[in-house]
Design a protein around this ligand. Structure first.
Ligand SMILES: O=C(O)CCC(=O)C(=O)O
Length: 276
C-alpha cells in the first residue's frame, strides 16, 4: 500500500488552508499514485481553543468535508483527513478526523477521545476542554483488507487505546497530530516508537508544518514508524510530502519472531474495551 503524508502549512484563512491541502494532494497523487493519503491535525484552522467554534463545520456537509470527499472520489483513494473542528449535536465542538473512501463516502469519523489539557511549568499550557468535547468511540477502518486504527495527537499517550486496536487486529495506527516545541523534542518520536514496539504495528503521524510566528508552534517531523519500531520516514519541520510503500508482511514477521501477544499473561491481567 502506497502511503502519502502531507505535512502542511496553516494560516488563519480557512479556505486558503483547505485549498493548500487540495493542491498538495493533487501534486502528490500525480507524483506518487498513493492508495492512502493522510493530513495533519487541525489543518483548516489555527490550533487554539479560541478558534475552534468559529472554524467548526458540520460533517459531512461542511466545506472541508465536501472538498475531501470529491478528492477521494476523483482519485479513487482513501483520505484520512487530518482533523477539523466539528460542529456536532447539541452545539458541541469536537476535534474530528474524517476518513473518505475511494467512492467519496465518509467511511468513518473519529472524535479525539483524550482532550489535550496540560500545564507544563515554563513550557506549555493548553486546555482543549475549554471549548471541545471528547469523543467516546474507537475507530477502526479497513483498507484493502488491512485494519487501521485512528487516534488524534494526545490519544497517542494512552497506550491502552493502541493495545485495544492491536487486540482487535489492527496493523497500523494513524494519528493526525500537532505536538509542540516543549513536548515534541522530548516525546514525539519516543511515543511513536513505543506504540509501534508495544503493539508490533505501523505508527503514522501527520503534523502541521512549523510556523514560528503562530500562537501554537507545531513541532512538525511527521513520521512513519515500522512494526520493528524503526523510523521508516521522517519529515523536517517545513512543509513536506512523505511517501512510502507499506509492507504489511513486516507486521506478521515481527509478531512471529517476537511473539509477545501469545506470551502475555492474560490469566493475570488484560486491557478490555468497555463500550462499542
Ligand atoms: O501530548 C502532547 O504533548 C501534545 C498533544 C497535542 O498537541 C494535542 O493533542 O493536540
Amino acid at each position: 500500500m502506497r502511503l502519502v503524508l502531507l505535512q502542511l502549512k496553516g494560516s488563519k484563512d480557512k479556505i486558503a488552508n483547505v485549498q493548500n491541502a487540495v493542491g498538495k494532494l493533487e501534486a502528490a497523487v500525480a507524483e506518487h499514485k498513493p492508495r492512502l493519503v493522510t493530513l495533519p491535525e487541525c489543518f483548516n484552522c489555527p490550533y487554539g481553543t479560541k478558534y475552534f467554534r468559529e472554524y467548526s463545520e458540520s460533517i459531512p456537509n461542511g466545506y472541508t468535508s465536501q472538498q475531501l470527499s470529491s478528492l477521494a472520489k476523483k482519485h479513487q483513494i482513501y483520505i484520512v483527513g487530518g482533523t477539523i473542528p466539528e460542529l456536532g449535536e447539541n452545539n458541541a465542538i469536537y476535534n474530528t478526523c474524517t476518513v473518505w473512501s475511494p467512492t467519496g463516502d465518509l467511511l468513518a469519523k473519529h472524535r479525539k477521545m483524550h482532550l489535550f489539557d496540560i500545564d507544563v511549568k515554563g513550557g506549555i499550557r493548553f486546555k482543549e476542554s475549554e471549548t471541545l468535547s471528547a469523543g467516546n468511540d474507537f475507530t477502526i477502518i479497513n483498507v484493502d483488507g488491512h485494519r487501521i486504527g485512528i487516534g488524534i495527537c494526545y490519544d497517542i499517550r494512552f497506550e491502552e487505546m493502541a493495545r485495544l486496536y492491536r487486540n482487535e487486529g489492527c496493523e497500523m495506527i494513524i494519528y493526525p497530530a500537532a505536538f509542540n516545541m516543549t513536548t515534541g523534542p522530548l516525546h514525539w518520536e519516543l511515543l511513536q516508537r513505543s506504540r509501534a514496539n508495544d503493539n508490533q504495528l505501523y505508527v503514522v503521524t501527520t503534523s502541521p508544518a512549523r510556523d514560528p510566528s503562530a500562537e501554537y508552534v507545531a513541532y512538525g517531523h511527521s513520521m512513519i514508524v515500522d512494526p520493528w519500531a524503526k523510523v521508516l520516514k521522517s519529515a523536517s519541520e517545513a512543509e513536506e510530502t512523505l511517501a512510502a510503500d507499506i509492507d504489511f508482511d513486516l507486521v506478521k514477521q515481527v509478531r512471529q519472531q517476537i511473539p509477545v501477544f501469545s506470551q502475555r499473561r492474560l490469566d493475570l491481567y488484560s486491557t478490555e474495551r468497555k463500550s462499542n
